[in-house]
Design a protein around this ligand. Structure first.
Ligand code: NZQ
Ligand code: ZN
Length: 391
């Protein structure tokens, strides 16, 4: 196990009606004026936004608002938000939504405290030294942004989708998780969220770091919980217990718990970010096509951990033929994704003629000549994986 620092100071408030505590929590964390950030309308339609406003009123906190954040959030919305935030002198960002809304709120929180262009943080030209506080009312378990210090934004002019990791400055100070808020999710978004949280675990699980039994077992146990609850939610979308378990799994999957002491991989995420940047697909659906292809590639190059996953999570019999075990694991994972209604190839995703040259070029321009850690992937490797994802 490698040395690590694990600092995760977010206060999680979990359960029914907890959005009513948004105002009290914002006040507790020192807000004088709150900026509510929300998405394309689901929070308006469900009445959630109105309940959050009431909660702020009840706490005597003034607020301003910015709606209209789109999935795969973009830099132009962040610039707009920074302007609103500065003009209104807001000092706490309250994200009401999913990963796209939360990531936009985080980027505004960092950008509003910086003289230069917030994009500098995403391209490594500057580091976030100080940021406004961020609070969250989560509406979809998926990205895990409610417990992470990450933000993922796309620059519209270049279609670069890049992530910023600043746990110390950008982890939310509080996150409200009410599973009932997820009843209104379309089944496809529920499925994409389930896939995303599973892959957040696998990016940590696929490691060469020795002696990480605790991380392995946390990963395997959480994956098994997700899959069990996914079946329940598919059959009964209003099952509170299943929704509650999934919501907490989504947080555990990405706040760092499952990867402490491990060298993490993240190649699949970087490869997918190119797909959602260029083709505008939902991140979780993009992952459902890339990860089986990545694992198929690993079956022929470094099958051990894929085989272990198959044995411990998918009950695949242990044999000396690790490649075959890994391939069986891929088949089981694809079967599960299909059951959820997810695409497992570019064709099923609606991308008939993927521009693989462009995907490879953009990936390595953004992430360097080698991508990932479980196997350090060259251009030739990533091309092979994109090709495996085609059909
Ligand atoms: O915009 P609205 O109208 O709210 O609709 C959203 C959106 O269309 C809808 N939705 C959310 N909650 C709902 C709901 N519809 C009905 N009822 C509800 N309760 O769902 C759609 C997707 O929302 P989005 O916020 O985009 O989903 P998600 O949480 O999956 O976030 C995806 C983004 O997060 C990034 C992804 O790349 C993508 O850009 N990621 C962020 C990470 C992080 N910050 O740590 C890590 C991830 O790996 C990921 O890359
Ligand atoms: Zn993800």
């Amino acid at each position: 196990m490698n040395n690590f620092v694990f600092y995760s100071p977010t206060e999680f408030v979990f359960g029914k009606d907890t959005e009513q505590q948004a105002g009290a929590l914002a006040r507790k964390f020192g807000a004088h004026k709150v900026m509510i950030v929300y998405g394309g309308g689901s929070a308006v339609k469900s009445g959630l936004l109105e309940r959050v406003r009431h909660s702020l009123d009840a706490a005597g906190l003034p607020y301003c608002e910015m709606g209209g954040v789109q999935p795969n959030p973009v830099d132009t919305k962040v610039y707009e938000g920074i302007d609103v935030c500065k003009r209104e002198q807001a000092d706490l960002m309250l994200a009401v939504g999913g990963g796209s809304v939360i990531d936009t709120a985080k980027a505004i929180a960092a950008g509003a405290c910086y003289e230069g262009d917030f994009w500098d943080f995403f391209i490594g030209r500057a580091t976030v030294k100080t940021a406004l506080k961020v609070g969250v009312v989560l509406t979809i378990p998926a990205a895990g942004s409610e417990g992470s210090g990450n933000s993922v934004i796309t620059k519209t002019a270049t279609l670069q989708k890049l992530s910023l990791r600043t746990p110390a400055a950008l982890r939310p100070v509080f996150s409200i998780l009410n599973p009932e808020l997820t009843y209104t999710l379309p089944p496809f978004q529920t499925a994409c969220g389930i896939c995303d949280m599973m892959i957040h675990i696998l990016e940590r699980y696929f490691t060469n770091t020795p002696d990480v039994e605790i991380a392995d077992r946390l990963c395997e146990g959480t994956l098994m919980a997700i899959m069990k609850e996914a079946y329940r939610v598919k059959q009964h979308p209003d099952d509170y217990g299943a929704r509650a378990n999934l919501m907490w799994c989504g947080m555990i999957a990405h706040n760092g718990t499952c990867g402490v002491g491990c060298e993490e991989d993240w190649a699949s995420h970087f490869m997918e970010h190119e797909v959602s940047a260029i083709y505008g697909v939902t991140h979780g659906a993009g992952l459902a096509t890339i990860v089986p292809a990545w694992m198929t590639f690993m079956a022929g190059h470094h099958p051990e951990k894929v085989a272990q996953l198959g044995n411990r999570v998918f009950s695949i019999a242990e044999t000396d033929d690790k490649e075959e075990m890994a391939l069986q694991t891929v088949a089981r994972l694809k079967h599960f994704f299909r059951y959820l209604g997810l695409p497992v190839s570019f064709r099923e995703l609606g991308i008939e003629h993927p521009d693989i040259d462009r995907l490879v070029e953009s990936l390595h321009r953004n992430k360097g000549e080698q991508v990932g850690n479980y196997v350090k992937l060259t251009r030739e490797d990533t091309r092979a994986i994109y090709q495996l994802a085609e059909v």
